[in-house]
Structures are given as structure tokens and as C-alpha cells.
Design a protein around this ligand. Structure first.
Ligand code: SF4
Length: 153
């Protein structure tokens, strides 16, 4: 059975920067309970919950709304996610869109004004570079198709 890396907040865990979750009402969240390998890169990187919101800047650094450079913690979280993928032979991940760690297709533009731009979060970038297929939380059906192709071989 394929194990799949998933953003912890998508499973209903309250690890978001504001102490909330991003639980998604999709049947796979419960039916694939045994597949999920949960990760929150920001928490595993050493950041507390709640924490100030942070955004990826054009120079590649991650800065909080208070001006603190938290790039090192985000990088530790990305490395931890990669380690989990190696441990569990993971080929697929489903991560929360728009996050500076987990965003798959879109992230905030770095100005804390609510504007989104095309881009990936730091963990997503690391996983893609390692050859892992990363889906957003809005692409669970496409993920299910990809997993079913692999498992029917
Ligand atoms: Fe969810 Fe990822 Fe943000 Fe953690 S870092 S709260 S898993 S989106």
C-alpha cells in the first residue's frame, strides 16, 4: 500500500499559524487513514503554534509579518518532510495550497496583503526536486487516480 505524505492541518490537526486547522470534507481523509504520513513542516522545523504569519520573499527567504527571518526553521521542516518520505518510500504527497511551506501552485506574494502568485512553498519545492509527486488539497481526486495507476501495475 502506497504511503502518502499529507499536511497535518488537512487532517484536522490545529497546527496552522493561527491555531486552526484546514480539515477538508473529502471521503479519502478517513478511508485512507492508514496511508497518511502526517507532517507539519513549520512545527517540525521548531516553530510554535500559534505563530506569526510568514511569507516567502522574492529572494527566497521566509519572513514573518513582524520581520523575523524564519528561513532556517522552514528549511529544517522541509528536510524533515524529505526524511519521512525516505523512511516510508513515499512517492506522493498532498499539501495545503497557499502556504509558504506547503503551497503547490500558489503562495502569497510576500507583501502580507492577501495577494497570491504562482509558486511553491519551501517543502513542496524540496519534495518536487526529490522526484515526489505533490498534489494540492484541491487535487485529491487526481491523487487517487495516480495512486490507482501505480497500484494496478
Ligand atoms: Fe498546514 Fe503545512 Fe501550514 Fe503546517 S505548514 S499548518 S501542514 S499548511
Amino acid at each position: 500500500m502506497e504511503k502518502i505524505l499529507i499536511s497535518r492541518c488537512l487532517l484536522g490537526e490545529q497546527v496552522r499559524y493561527d491555531g486552526n486547522d484546514n480539515l477538508i470534507p473529502h471521503p479519502l481523509i478517513t478511508t485512507w487513514r492508514d496511508r497518511w504520513v502526517p507532517v507539519c513542516p513549520e512545527v517540525s522545523g521548531g516553530l510554535p503554534t500559534p505563530r506569526p504569519p510568514a511569507e516567502l520573499q522574492q529572494d527566497g527567504h521566509i519572513i514573518t509579518i513582524e520581520g523575523e527571518d524564519v528561513s532556517a526553521a522552514f528549511n529544517r521542516g522541509a528536510l524533515h518532510a524529505l526524511m519521512l518520505c525516505k523512511q516510508h518510500n513515499i512517492r506522493f504527497a498532498v499539501l495545503k495550497e497557499n502556504s509558504p511551506s506547503c503551497g503547490r501552485h500558489q503562495i502569497y506574494d510576500g507583501t502580507f496583503s492577501g495577494v497570491k502568485v504562482a509558486g511553491q512553498g519551501m517543502t513542496t519545492q524540496a519534495l518536487l526536486e526529490a522526484g515526489i509527486q505533490v498534489f494540492s488539497d484541491q487535487e485529491l481526486d487526481a491523487l487517487a487516480d495516480a495512486v490507482s495507476v501505480i497500484e494496478s501495475r
